[in-house]
Write a protein that binds this ligand. Structure first.
Ligand code: TZP
Ligand code: MG
Length: 214
């Protein structure tokens, strides 16, 4: 049995993605609009700057009882007492993370190829990121895209909670949920939205519609 995964709208945030706005304000508006899981993903920060942001975001999210996930940095994830960590195929493997961080509650692993579904890293993780569903200018070092059919295929193979990421927005959220995603993860659809709270509310509604049709 997989652990329950009660999250539907997952914000992946960085300061840069917020286009000059305060990332904590964007995160707070997003949570008020219905985001129920947040990942801090800072690729260019110094470790100290990343850690400072992690502490600030953790304090904010604790007030809303929303879990924080740290992208690809075990040290920072454990120091700020995050709920979990998210890693990709070329990052520290989930098996290694489990060994050194036993109390990790949410260990996410990105799936870029079907073959990954059959490896030990997939079995060890708590949820899978289907990455990317569609091509996106937010992350360009990707190989292929899954599309709705890819999501359906992954759903037919694994019981793991599936998080769809890559150019997800209010026009495709319903369909990707119908295809089998349990949760939608977004950067731009919220961080770059004129009104992040409204954007989150709209995404939530589309996800609900998709869940009803399953
Ligand atoms: N992993 C796969 S696609 C992606 C990540 C972090 C970026 C998603 O960004 P956006 O702006 O929601 O397309
Ligand atoms: Mg990575």
């Amino acid at each position: 049995m997989e652990k329950p995964f009660p999250y539907q709208l997952y914000l992946v945030i960085s300061e840069e993605a917020c286009l000059g706005r305060n990332f904590l304000e964007v995160a707070e508006a997003a949570v008020q609009g219905g985001v129920d899981l947040v990942q801090l993903r800072e690729k260019n920060d110094t470790p100290q700057a990343f850690l400072n942001k992690a502490f600030e975001l953790k304090e904010l999210l604790d007030r809303y009882e929303v879990p924080l996930i740290i992208n690809d940095n075990l040290e920072i994830a454990t120091q700020c007492k995050a709920a979990g960590i998210h890693v990709g195929n070329s990052d520290m493997p989930p098996t290694t993370i489990r060994k050194s961080w036993e109390s990790c509650r949410l260990l996410g692993y990105s799936i870029e190829y079907l073959e990954q579904l059959y490896n030990e890293q997939t079995y060890t993780s708590d949820y899978l990121g289907i990455s990317p569903v569609f091509s996106t200018s937010t992350k360009t070092d990707t190989v292929t895209t899954w599309g709705f059919d890819g999501v359906r295929k992954v759903r037919s193979i694994t019981q793991k909670p599936l998080v769809a990421i890559g150019n997800m927005n209010a026009s495709n959220a319903r369909q990707v949920v119908e295809a089998g995603a349990d949760c939608i993860a977004v950067v731009s659809a919220i961080c770059a939205a004129p009104k992040p709270k409204n954007a989150a509310q709209l995404l939530r509604k589309e996800i609900q519609k998709g869940l009803k049709n399953r």
